[in-house]
Design a protein around this ligand. Structure first.
Ligand SMILES: [Zn+2]
Length: 399
């Protein structure tokens, strides 16, 4: 008995220590500026700009939280009452149907958010176009959950709960790898950068020591007036996608935007995202399986247990949302800093952040608890503060 428990402790302790070491490395490897005092929003925005953004965003936060609550409610109603129905289906189909129903529970709130975005001129999609994309996203999510569940079942049979957690980690890595090739084309078409911007990007890539497969332009202007850019993919598939709405930015601002995105590539953020999933997702999956197993009296592999597993998984993902956002804000701040150190143009970055906040109606003075719960990027005044701080002698002399 004593020998058994020592072995069990050793089996848990070593992976736990490895994950803790990995999380410490991921957290401390971020290269960030020292803290800068955050100036008041009125130092960058007019009272009417602040008022308009807050008017739009404050109800927006409530809609986002209501959508999450609706999904949680539907997930637990299914866990309580839909188990006999799930028992009559193949387990994978039950997983797909359950995931679709849970995603769809957010649709009324998403539609409300869409109509509000149309009213302020941010969203250009018709209701039909919006519905097509929303249903497609639900379907993709349902298929993804069914695939993950199917692989999880095999891993559970072969290796138990730890096998499921490791298989999920591998699945996240594979998904990140194929996203630019298989998933993105479902939602957007892309084209190469215009020649002048491509030359600017190539010069930045050279300065930052970054070599990536491609920088593409997405056809966002048919859907939105908002400006965005993103990095996705892993290793050989890493790429930057810039919305066509951002291309007519003044040159210094477009350069700051490209430098931020290349900062993600330079600091290997998509790879670190996959590693962060291991640190947070692996223990979370073990807890989810332990909770679901207890609620289903150990019969985890039966189709009737699927709604319970989905409800436990959704609960964990919502509880972990503030943690994910904390990590995401740190990653975004690091990309800002990497970009700034490449362009040495704090004015360009501050102007970019200010203009993006105005075009995207970002709240310049959000409540702290909303930042903590929902913001995956630092608030705009934090980012402007970093740019303004860069011109001070102590910061600008940094290597
Ligand atoms: Zn970013």
């Amino acid at each position: 008995m004593r020998r058994y428990s020592t072995d069990a402790v050793r089996r848990i302790l070593l992976p736990a220590l490895l994950l803790i070491a990995l999380s410490v490395w991921l957290w401390t490897s971020a290269v960030l500026p020292g803290p800068s005092p955050v100036p008041p929003a009125t130092s960058a925005f007019s009272p009417s700009q602040i008022h308009r953004a807050q008017d739009y965003r404050n109800l927006g936060y409530a809609i986002t939280l209501a959508a999450l609550a609706a999904q949680l409610l539907v997930a637990w109603l299914l866990a309580l009452w839909a188990r006999p129905l799930a028992a009559r289906m193949p387990a994978i189909l039950a997983a797909a149907a359950g995931a679709f129903a849970i995603s769809a529970a957010a649709l009324p709130f998403d539609f409300w958010a869409h109509r509000r975005a149309v009213d302020v001129g941010l969203d250009l999609q018709s209701n039909v176009g919006w519905a097509r994309d929303a249903l497609l996203a639900c379907a993709v999510q349902a298929v993804a959950v069914a695939v993950v569940y199917g692989l999880g079942r095999i891993a559970y049979r072969l290796f138990g709960p730890a096998g499921v957690a490791v298989a999920a980690w591998v699945a996240v890595a594979v998904f990140t790898l194929v996203q630019p090739v298989l998933i993105d084309p479902l939602f957007m078409s892309t084209r190469p950068l215009p020649a002048a911007v491509a030359a600017q990007a190539a010069a930045l890539e050279h300065t930052m020591g970054v070599h990536l497969a491609s920088i593409r332009v997405a056809d966002a202007s048919s859907r939105t007036t908002g400006e965005n850019a993103e990095v996705d993919g892993l290793g050989p598939t890493v790429r930057v996608v810039v919305d066509d709405t951002a291309l007519h930015a003044p040159p210094a601002q477009l350069r700051a935007l490209l430098a931020h995105e290349l900062g993600h590539v330079q600091r290997m953020h998509t790879l670190k995202g996959v590693l962060w999933f291991g640190v947070i997702g692996v223990p979370a999956i073990l807890l989810v399986l332990a909770a679901a197993s207890r609620l289903c009296r150990g019969r985890l592999l039966e189709a009737s247990s699927v709604p319970v597993i989905l409800a436990c998984a959704l609960t964990a993902s919502i509880v972990l949302l503030p943690v994910e956002n904390l990590i995401s804000r740190r990653i975004e701040a690091e990309a800002d800093w990497a970009g700034l150190r490449a362009t040495h143009d704090p004015a360009g970055m501050a102007a970019l952040q200010r203009r993006l906040a105005i075009t995207n109606l970002s709240n310049p003075a959000p409540p702290r608890w909303i930042v903590w719960a929902l913001f995956d990027h630092p608030p705009v005044m934090d980012r402007i503060a970093v740019a303004r701080g860069y011109s001070s002698p102590s910061s600008s002399s940094a290597p």
